[in-house]
Design a protein around this ligand. Structure first.
Ligand code: UDP
Length: 535
C-alpha cells in the first residue's frame, strides 16, 4: 500500500488513548494543540507532488524512557520541572508519521512490548520470536535495552529496523563495541553497533546521525491580517523570561540575572514544591511551571529569553526565537564536553559545547541570539541594551517548521534503508563534494567551513585509491585499517589510509596527524538534513 497524506490526526488519538500518565498527557495536549497546523502542512505537501511516494509502513513507537522503572521516575519529573524535550519529539514524531500516512502503534509498556514484537517465553532465558510485524521501530536507548532483552537472538536480525531517538548524538567511535573498548571510547550508552544514521538527534549537531528535530510553534496566528500581525502579535512588553524550570539551575547566576533585571522586568517558570520557600531572588516574578501553552504565551510577550547555562541544547530557545524573543545565553570557555562536565560525561560524543545552545549560536546567531561571557557584567549589560534597541522579528528555520519536519521525515522513510547489505544509494553520488581537510580537523568542521555538511552515506564513494589520486595526492604507501579517522592522509610518510569497517566511517573523527578525506554536500536553505534534488 502507498502511504497517503492524512487530513486528520484522529487515528493517532486512538493509538495513544490506552497510554496514561503525566508524560502521555503532555504529548496528547501538544498534539491536539498543534493538530490544525499539522493538517494544513500535510495539505500543502500533498499539493507539491514532486515527492517520491513511499509505501505505508507499519511503525511501532516505543519511548523506553517512559516504560518500566525508568518510566516511573521520568513520569514523576514531568510535573516538577524535569526534562520535556524528549516528549516534545515523541509528540511531533507521532503526529508527523500519522500525517504522512503510516500505520502507528504507540506503547509505553515494557510488558506489552513482548506481545507486540511477538516474543513468547521460551525455554530458559531464550524467548521464542515470531516474525516481526513492524517495518520500523522508533525507540530510545532505554527501549533498545528492553528490545534486546525481549528479542534474544532475533535482535541482531531485526536491528536494522530500529531508529533511536538520541538527543545528544552517538558518534561512530563509541557505537562499535569492540573498537570503543580497545580505544577508550567505551561509554554507558554507546556500543550497540547499529548504523550511526539509525540514531536520530534533537539538533543537527552530529551529521554521523540523522537529524530528527521537532516543530517550533510560530508567532503567526490564523486569520490575522498583515497589519494586525505587525502591530499585535509582534508587540513586545519590556520583559525577560529566564530559562530554567528548577531551582538548582539558578545557582551562582544571581549577579547575571540581577544585571538583566535592572533593564527588564524578569519572569520565570520555576517549579515550586508546595509549602517550600522560594530561593529565587525577590525581584523575580515566578509563574511556577506552566503548561506548554501558557509558557509559549508568556514567550510571545517577552523581549528576551535568558539562558542560565542549563539545560543544554533544549527546544525552548528555538521556540522563543520563533516567537520573536532574542535568546541571550552564556558562552562556555573552555567548552563543556564529556571530559570536563558531569552532564556530558559518559555520553557517546566528543563534541565541544561552546555555549548553552550551540545550534542557536552557530546556525541562527545575531540578531536572534547573543552569546556572552556572563561573568562580565559590562558585556551582559551592553548585550541587553543592544537587544532593547533592536527590533527583532520572529525567526524559525525551515527545519523546525511543520512542512520542514514532514519533508525531512518523509525523506528518511522513503530513502534510508539499513537492512540491505549493499552500500547506501541516498543521497546520490551527484551530491558529493570531496574535501581534503587540514591536520586536526574533523569532517564536521571541514564541510561546515565550505557551507556544506558532512554526509556519511557518501563516504564509500571516496574510500578508494582513485579518490586520493583525484585530489592530487601521491601516496607512498596505502593501507586499510579499522580506524574511525579513515579515509585520511598522513603527511608523515605520505601514508594514505582507507577504511576497513564501514560502521566506522565518521564525520566527527579528528586527529592532529591526519588530514581527513571528507564527503561534503550542499543542503536546502534552513534544512540541513536534505540536499537539493535529493527528494
Ligand atoms: N516548557 C513548559 N512549561 C514551562 C517551561 C517549558 O511546558 O514552564 C516546555 C517548553 O515549551 C519546551 C519544553 O518544555 O518545549 C522543553 O523545554 P527545555 O528547552 O527546557 O528542554 P528540556 O531540558 O526540558 O528537555
Amino acid at each position: 500500500d502507498k502511504a497517503e497524506i492524512r487530513t486528520t490526526l484522529g487515528l493517532l488519538y486512538e493509538v495513544i488513548s490506552n497510554n496514561s500518565g503525566p508524560a502521555m498527557n503532555f504529548i496528547r495536549s501538544r498534539v491536539e494543540r498543534m493538530s490544525e497546523r499539522w493538517i494544513q502542512a500535510g495539505l500543502k505537501m500533498r499539493q507539491s507532488s514532486n515527492k517520491t511516494i513511499s509505501t505505508q509502513m507499519k511503525v511501532l513507537l516505543y519511548p523506553g524512557a517512559l516504560a518500566g522503572n525508568v518510566g516511573q521516575r521520568f513520569e514523576a519529573m514531568v510535573k516538577t520541572g524535569g526534562p520535556l524535550g524528549e516528549l516534545v519529539q515523541w509528540a511531533d514524531l507521532s503526529a508527523c508519521l500519522t500525517i504522512l500516512g503510516h500505520n502507528l502503534t504507540f506503547s509505553t509498556s515494557q510488558h506489552q512490548l513482548h506481545s507486540l514484537i511477538g516474543a513468547a517465553p521460551g525455554r530458559g532465558s531464550c524467548p521464542i520470536q515470531r516474525p516481526l510485524t513492524f517495518d520500523l521501530i522508533y525507540t530510545d536507548y532505554h527501549g533498545l535495552a528492553h528490545l534486546h532483552a525481549a528479542m534474544g537472538l532475533a535482535f541482531l536480525h531485526y536491528q536494522c529496523r530500529f531508529r533511536i531517538l538520541d538527543s545528544f548524538g552517538t558518534e561512530p567511535a563509541f557505537n562499535l563495541g569492540r573498537y570503543a573498548r580497545m580505544h577508550g571510547y567505551k561509554t554507558l550508552w554507546g556500543s550497540w553497533g547499529l548504523q550511526p544514521l539509525q540514531y536520530m538527534t534533537m539538533f543537527p549537531h552530529t551529521p554521523d546521525n540523522s537529524f530528527l528535530g521537532f516543530v517550533s510553534e510560530e508567532a503567526v496566528r490564523e486569520a490575522v491580517r498583515e497589519e494586525e500581525l505587525e502591530s499585535d502579535a509582534y508587540r513586545k512588553d519590556r520583559i525577560a523570561v529566564i530559562y530554567g524550570k528548577q531551582d538548582y539551575m539558578w545557582q551562582g547566576k544571581s549577579e547575571y540575572v540581577e544585571v538583566i533585571s535592572e533593564e527588564l522586568e524578569t519572569h520565570a517558570t520555576v517549579y515550586q514544591p508546595p509549602g517550600h520557600k522560594s530561593n529565587l531572588p525577590s525581584f523575580i516574578r515566578n509563574h511556577g511551571l506552566l503548561t506548554q501553552e501558557h509558557f509559549l504565551r508568556l514567550l510571545r510577550r517577552a523581549k528576551v529569553f535568558v539562558g542560565l547555562g542549563f539545560p543544554y541544547e533544549g527546544p525552548a530557545p528555538i521556540e522563543a526565537i520563533a516567537l520573536g524573543c532574542v535568546f541571550l545565553q552564556p558562552r562556555f570557555d573552555p567548552p563543556h564536553s564529556s571530559d570536563n562536565n558531569d552532564f556530558y560525561k559518559g555520553k557517546p560524543t566528543t563534541r565541544q559545547i561552546s555555549s548553552q545552545h550551540p545550534y542557536a549560536e552557530t546556525f541562527i546567531g545575531k540578531p536572534h541570539v547573543r552569546t556572552v561571557d556572563i561573568t562580565n557584567k559590562t558585556d551582559v549589560r551592553e548585550a541587553v541594551r543592544a537587544i532593547l534597541r533592536t527590533e527583532v522579528k520572529p525567526f524559525n528555520p525551515r527545519e523546525f517548521m511543520y512542512e520542514g519536519m514532514l519533508e525531512r521525515v518523509h525523506g528518511y522513510i522513503t530513502h534510508q534503508s539499513f537492512c540491505s547489505k549493499s552500500v547506501p544509494t541516498w543521497p546520490p553520488e551527484s551530491a558529493l563534494k570531496v574535501h581534503l581537510g587540514p591536520l586536526g580537523q574533523s569532517c564536521v568542521s571541514v564541510c561546515q567551513r565550505s557551507s556544506h555538511v558532512c554526509e556519511p552515506a557518501l563516504f564509500h564513494h571516496l574510500n578508494n585509491p582513485a579518490a586520493f589520486t583525484r585530489l592530487g595526492i601521491s601516496c607512498s604507501s596505502m593501507g586499510q585499517e579499522v580506524n574511525h579517522l579513515f579515509p585520511s592522509y598522513s603527511p608523515w610518510g605520505q601514508h594514505c589510509g582507507l577504511q576497513q569497517e564501514p560502521l566506522l566511517f565518521s564525520c566527527a573523527g579528528s586527529d592532529p596527524s591526519h588530514r581527513r578525506l571528507c564527503p561534503c554536500r550542499a543542503y536546502l536553505p534552513g534544512q540541513v538534513a536534505l540536499c537539493p534534488d535529493c527528494l
